[in-house]
Ligand binder design. Structure first.
Ligand SMILES: Cc1cc2nc3c(=O)[nH]c(=O)nc-3n(C[C@H](O)[C@H](O)[C@H](O)COP(=O)(O)OP(=O)(O)OC[C@H]3O[C@@H](n4cnc5c(N)ncnc54)[C@H](O)[C@@H]3O)c2cc1C
Length: 409
């Protein structure tokens, strides 16, 4: 097993939550206070917290000094989280998940966290009923706040079939009469489906919601320039990072029978996915990005690897300023804010302006020689070493895989 230290995003969340039952197991209290040689408490204001979707800084309660973890840490302790059960729900909160490529997104998890808060506030005992359309590849869904699950695997809902999904949702809403219906306000399915169902059933709706105080929602408006207040609505389209995902319990995730829908003829015909040139995909919409920075010396190798991986190319500002990449490829605060499912940062140090631009990325992989740089701290997976050697190895692996696939074909 590799000797490199790894960090587990789930454990990091436990560390940020001082009230979590497992908090003490992971936090070495000596890392909370950092005193300088003079005996004064030292603070690093630039490293405190991250910028959330609402544009506000989220403060890490450890003061931005989250330690890293070795694989030997007691991760099995997570399995022993207490089980949260709702035997007789007083009401339901319905959450319709995006489940991109069969996996829950971070945005989905935020929505489930929000739904659990709605189900349990003011001493109530509601249950969170989640709906997944199509394939689900997540092996353990019990950690994310799902009390009841409706998994609709009907072949007809594969691909883009919003009318059919709305038909299913109408049946589900009629059967369970949920108090609120939550969708991720995302470019995947949530934003479209949420608005469609609200219009179809004439339900009240709040979009771009990011805060709830008492019974008042705050929603982004005017393209993010202002906020508007709204009373709690039937349908809530929630922004990413508006709420913390659940981490205190395991949840029952009881699989329920899917309601039957009448024979339905969709007016839409989905012709399936169309292959596109990854370099033509706008950075903001790309799902898989490989970005290069000042740590790259062999740019032709970087381009070859990106093409073999089928990834969209991005760059740090230094790489753009030095003329290695076009200006429209710059990722970051003064470039493009990206929201890829996978973001590979090659030879990028992780300056705050760059990290802001990738704050919505799901999985970040860092390739760097410096194992203490900020990009490595942000990454879910890190490869420590010379970027040229690692890209060359990746290139070889891609070519071998391609050959095997061609041989089989
Ligand atoms: C107002 C303002 C706005 C800005 N906006 C942006 C923005 O939108 N986007 C942006 O990216 N930056 C932006 N910047 C610049 C930003 O502050 C950083 O300077 C820049 O992101 C650094 O780019 P870099 O990480 O590629 O380079 P460096 O900081 O030089 O980092 C290079 C990294 O490569 C690693 N490395 C070196 N050699 C190798 C090797 N052989 N193999 C592997 N790794 C290696 C090093 O360890 C280091 O971590 C902005 C700055 C300002 C002042």
């Amino acid at each position: 097993m590799s000797q490199h230290r790894r960090r587990d995003p789930r454990v990091l969340k436990i560390i940020r939550n001082r009230l979590h039952p497992l908090h003490g197991q992971y936090v070495d209290s000596s890392t909370i206070k950092q005193f300088g040689p003079s005996g004064l408490l030292r603070k690093f204001p630039h490293r405190v917290g991250t910028i959330a979707a609402n544009g506000r800084r989220r403060i890490n309660r450890l003061g931005g000094h989250a330690p890293s973890f070795s694989m030997s840490q007691p991760l099995e302790a997570l399995v022993n989280l207490p089980l949260h059960q709702v035997k007789q729900p007083e009401f339901y909160i319905l959450v319709v998940l995006d489940c991109v490529a069969g996996r829950l997104t971070e945005h989905d998890k935020d929505c489930l966290g929000f739904a659990q808060m709605l189900a349990n506030r003011k001493g109530q005992a509601g249950a969170v009923l989640a709906v997944i359309f199509g394939e689900s590849k997540d092996t353990d869904l019990t950690l994310f706040g799902i009390d009841r699950l409706l998994h609709i695997t009907d072949d007809a809902v594969q691909g883009y079939q919003p009318e059919l999904c709305c038909e299913y949702l109408s049946q589900i809403i009629a059967q369970f009469n949920p108090k609120h219906i939550i969708f991720p306000d995302s470019i995947f399915a949530g934003a479209d489906l949420g608005r469609r169902i609200a219009a179809k059933l004439a339900l009240s709706v709040a979009t771009s919601a990011w805060k709830l105080v008492e019974d008042e929602l705050t929603c982004r408006a005017s393209q993010g320039l202002s906020d508007i207040k709204s009373p709690l609505t039937d349908v809530i389209l929630l922004l990413e990072q508006a709420y913390e995902p659940t981490s205190e319990y395991r949840y029952e995730t009881l699989l329920l029978d899917i309601p039957k829908i009448a024979m339905y003829k969709s007016s839409l015909q989905d012709d399936g996915l169309v292959e596109v040139d990854p370099s033509q995909i706008p950075l903001a919409e790309a799902g898989f990005i490989i970005a290069g920075g000042n740590g790259i010396t062999d740019w032709p190798l970087f381009h070859r690897t990106a093409e073999l991986l089928g990834a969209t190319k991005g760059a740090s500002r230094v790489a753009v300023d030095d003329g290695f990449m076009a200006r429209d490829r710059q990722v970051g605060a003064t470039g493009t804010w990206v929201s890829a499912q996978v973001y590979i940062a090659v030879g990028i140090s992780g300056a705050i302006q760059h990290l802001q631009g990738i704050s919505r990325c799901e999985k970040v992989i860092a390739i760097n020689i410096d194992d203490s740089c900020d990009m490595i701290k942000r990454a879910d997976l890190s490869v420590i070493g010379d970027s040229q050697a690692i890209l060359a190895e990746l290139n070889q692996l891609c070519l071998q895989t391609k050959k095997v696939v061609d041989d089989v074909a």
